[in-house]
Write a protein that binds this ligand. Sequence first.
Ligand SMILES: Cc1cc2nc3c(=O)[nH]c(=O)nc-3n(C[C@H](O)[C@H](O)[C@H](O)COP(=O)(O)OP(=O)(O)OC[C@H]3O[C@@H](n4cnc5c(N)ncnc54)[C@H](O)[C@@H]3O)c2cc1C
Length: 441
Amino acid sequence: MANSMETHLNALDTSKSAITVGLVGGGIGGVVTAIALGRIGYTVHLFEQAAKFSEIGAGVALGPNSVEALHLLSNALDTPILGNYERVATMEEKNGLWFHFTKWDTQETIAEVTGKGRQSTVHRARLLESLLPLLPKTVTTHFASRITKVENLPSNKVLIHTSPPHQPHPDYPTGTTLEVDVCIGCDGVKSAVRGSMGLGGVVRYTGTYAYRGLLPMDKAVQRTGETARVSRMWLGPHKHVLTFPIEQGNILNLVAFVSDHSKPADERTWEGQWVVPVGKDEMKKDFQGWDKDVLEYLDLVEKPERWALHELVPLETWTKGRVTLLGDSAHASLPHNGAGAGQATEDAYILASLLRLPECTNETIEKFLQAYERVRLPRAAKQQVWALRSGEVYDLESPMGDDWKKVGENLNERYRWIWEHDLEKDLQEAMEWLKTEGVLH
Ligand SMILES: Cc1cc2nc3c(=O)[nH]c(=O)nc-3n(C[C@H](O)[C@H](O)[C@H](O)COP(=O)(O)OP(=O)(O)OC[C@H]3O[C@@H](n4cnc5c(N)ncnc54)[C@H](O)[C@@H]3O)c2cc1C
């Protein structure tokens, strides 16, 4: 796969350095994209509203498609993104087990879902730490810089407004605005880039909240036995719980979901903060009567939080002029396919591969942003809707209800289209379109 990629893409291209890219948001999507575009040779300004790069203390699963995107990026850019990831991740090498699914109260097996390719899980902070050393010198980071607005200017520039002022830079001494050639909003579900560009975007409460937390694996094993080391998901009425190991198997990551879908999707509202610390009793009350292992884990969780889960209704377009979106700002979804961060890595791969082509110049770059959107938007939007449906299957709210045989069969096939996707084919498709537009020959 990597070879065909390399035939399309030249070695590092220094002619790109005259093009400045403003990247808004230093989460997983923004950092991977900054590494990629910086390695290609673009002059990148990365704005992050926080005082430093940081990720929450929780785990994240990266499926085979996400690992493949990291692999392709590593090969194309000759930088060890995948190698660094593998050093901090817990990789399921043998049978690629994703989850062992059981009934909520009996531990009776419903399905053991395995995927062709490599399932993997990681502590979010470790993932970010593994990436940061790969940021090249072409990337200037501006911390404590919250972007309030971006505008396409008639001069073919994009004006980025920050508040408070970004760190003064020799080329941009005013410290409140920065003119760039292209802007990519990687600023998450509440994206200011998306908002100020008028790209639409209804962000709504999904009717689901989730308790999240970490617990020490040795204590989990003491209480429930070696089975704690397996990635597991319990499915029950309007609720489901998942656990998977991170930190080389030393920590267990837990997420316990509770849904109320009694109101139609557009009438569900959440009052107050999206993320709050929560007591163990509250969690246990929600899961009264559930399998004893679930209750043991809830008892062991350290510093649990409750997250009100919001989603972005699929957008019709991500791109306006010289501004586009990437990651959650473009396609935030419920986490039920374990695929949001993975979609961001796929975005980064396709965008970087297109922007790396020699034909991508300051004059043609808008077409390349459109080509990126053309292949990425339909897949990401499908994932957004699919995540909702996956939640219904887990919570026994789908038309299959608690027909466990059907649910098991469904789970066995549910994720194949996400995991076994051919990103190289998407890239080819985008390039074919660029040919029809007369930009590639
Ligand atoms: C409970 C839960 C479980 C999940 N599990 C998984 C999983 O197992 N696998 C998976 O692939 N995905 C999972 N996801 C989804 C995944 O977390 C997200 O898709 C992913 O983190 C999105 O990354 P991002 O970089 O696009 O956005 P974010 O992580 O939201 O990063 C956005 C960054 O932009 C910064 N920012 C925001 N606004 C501004 C501004 N105006 N100016 C400057 N900076 C700004 C923020 O500070 C932040 O650093 C889960 C999500 C949840 C809620």
